[in-house]
Design a binder for this molecule. Structure first.
Ligand SMILES: [Zn+2]
Length: 304
């Protein structure tokens, strides 16, 4: 079909949305994930149907080259390019830290919070920590003390997780201390440059406070409704007729029921039951009422 009119074109665009990212027919990576699911990231062009995380190094490099060309051609912003480069560098550093936590480098700058962070460590010298541990700790601080305020989790990090990390990082390795002095620039490893950190975090907004818990809308908690509705003239007549028809049964109940409003309420409960005898809750209410008014409390019947 050829698209001839603007309306057709708009309809086509609307229909094509199902194939766009997030749409029901959008292509997904589909790689098996560690938790047993399938990856739902969008595939990259170079990845033979796989996403950037699952396409392998060759396709990922080709992706970077294309991104670079697009940046140079002005098709993506410098900010987007820098963010992608910072992410790649941080990933490389993370890989290096898996082999040696003493490899110099960092992926986060707490900026004006750094001083408070150092103060919150209670005597631990952050400069003496393995760079991987210090970096992990700064991210934890950012997450638990700046983005959100979770003192309990932060204490857990400080008192239990941090000692374990320090322990497993071990002593400063020979290789890294030599390398660090020889090669101050740490070529090949990403060094933080000012301004790159804002772009690094995927978080665009700090955590919002949680929504309040929903209030159950039961009959019991519904506020503002008077427990006993006033009786209008029509209803009064209706209920009096009902009373007359069932006077024998109602007389003892009414005797036990103090107050006119409550007596009207008793009649309403009976009416609800008689209107719908198969309605279980109406039946239950009526039975409960009869029991409450006619069966004397246990204490009164006790023989002691
Ligand atoms: Zn994937």
């Amino acid at each position: 079909m050829k698209i001839k009119t603007p309306i057709q074109s708009a309809e086509f665009r609307e229909a094509a949305k199902v194939f766009e990212r997030g749409g029901p027919l959008a292509p997904t990576c589909g790689a098996r994930t560690r938790n047993g699911g399938t990856c739902t990231n969008p595939p990259i062009k170079e990845g033979k149907g796989r996403c950037l995380s699952h396409c392998g190094p060759k396709a990922a490099n080709a992706f970077r080259e294309r991104q670079k060309r697009r940046f140079e051609a002005g098709q993506i912003t410098a900010e987007e390019w820098n963010r992608a480069e910072a992410r790649r560098a941080a990933n490389r550093l993370g890989d290096a830290w898996k082999k040696d936590p003493w490899v110099p480098g960092r992926t986060i700058d707490l900026k004006e919070h750094e001083e408070a962070f150092v103060g919150a460590l209670g005597g631990i010298d952050v400069a003496e920590l393995a760079p991987a541990v210090a970096d992990w700790l700064r991210w934890k601080y950012q997450r638990l003390q700046i983005d959100t305020r979770n003192d309990v989790s932060w204490m857990d990090v400080r008192l239990s997780k941090l000692p374990a990390r320090i322990e497993s990082a071990g002593q400063r390795t020979e290789a890294t201390s030599v390398k660090a002095t020889e090669d101050q620039g740490m070529q090949g490893l990403w060094r933080p440059s000012r301004g790159s950190f804002d772009a690094l975090s995927r978080r665009s907004l700090p955590d919002q406070p949680r929504a309040p818990k929903p209030v159950r809308q039961g009959a019991v908690v519904r506020a503002g409704r008077p427990r006993i509705r006033p009786v209008c003239a029509d209803e009064q007549q209706d209920l009096l007729d009902l009373y007359r028809d069932h006077a024998a049964a109602l007389r003892p109940i009414m005797k036990m029921t103090t107050g006119e409003a409550k007596q009207w309420a008793v009649l309403r409960v009976l009416r609800a039951y008689l209107d719908e005898p198969q309605n279980t809750s109406a039946h239950q209410r009526w039975l409960a009422l009869v029991q409450a008014t006619l069966v004397p409390p246990m204490r009164a019947t006790g023989t002691g």
